[in-house]
Write a protein that binds this ligand. Sequence first.
Ligand code: HH2
Length: 268
Amino acid sequence: MGPDPVLMGILNVTPDSFSDGGDFFGLEPAVMQAGRMLDEGARIVDVGGESTRPGSDPVSREEELRRVIPVVRSTLETRPETIVSIDTYRASTAEAALDAGAQVVNDVTALGGDPKMAGLVAERGCPVVLMHMLGEPKTMQENPRYEDVVREVRDFLAKRAERAVGAGVEEENVILDPGIGFGKTLMHNLTLLNRLDALVELGFPVLVGASRKSFLGKLLDSDDAEARLSGTLATSVMAYERGATIFRVHDVRPNREALEVAAAIGRA
Ligand code: HH2
């Protein structure tokens, strides 16, 4: 077992995210949710203003900024200890969020969505999450195909990490993410989770974002939110056991508790 697990709480400031769309849409509910997640043990709060669920449409840059920047600012005013991560592929949004005090960039396009992103992250010297996605949210679940999903995701992330470092990002600031649910069938997701060691071997911290995702509902043949929580906890523990260290989750307390127990067993 590696270092202690780090929890990244999800704060979707969107009307249409797949599991919590609309719940925290608006400044006050969003800042309250950030505080709750911190109290429950989140080290990082990941603020996003555009849903990337399968079939979703992009929002404009202006709308994205309007949603996220006040939340970043107010969260840091109320809880200055927060490490805010900004979930965006647009360099201009990332820049505005970093100016407002965010410290991490979470880019689901792994620097492929905006040519200015690599330079921005390098210049600011901040950590960046590079996530694998096949295609784009609108169509990514239509018929995803791989010859060897583990090899292809690993090679993609290795290349993007190389690109980041080539652009001046410090190696220690690169975080890799297999992109669970982003252009992947149930079996692709399960295989990637089973073989996370192949990503861990690249030598960067690995983040897993499986919280409440639809593969869990498919596997358990249930759309019940509780079933997805149990499935999320099983996934977090398995991923931790295989070397992942950062967990992007909606339900911070149960994930923290499950991971604390897993970590204690690992240390014994
Ligand atoms: N998943 C989602 C969004 N951002 N970022 C990373 N690094 N890894 C992920 O797996 C990931 C992510 C999608 O989940 P969610 O934010 O819950 O929903 P939505 O995109 O509908 O807002």
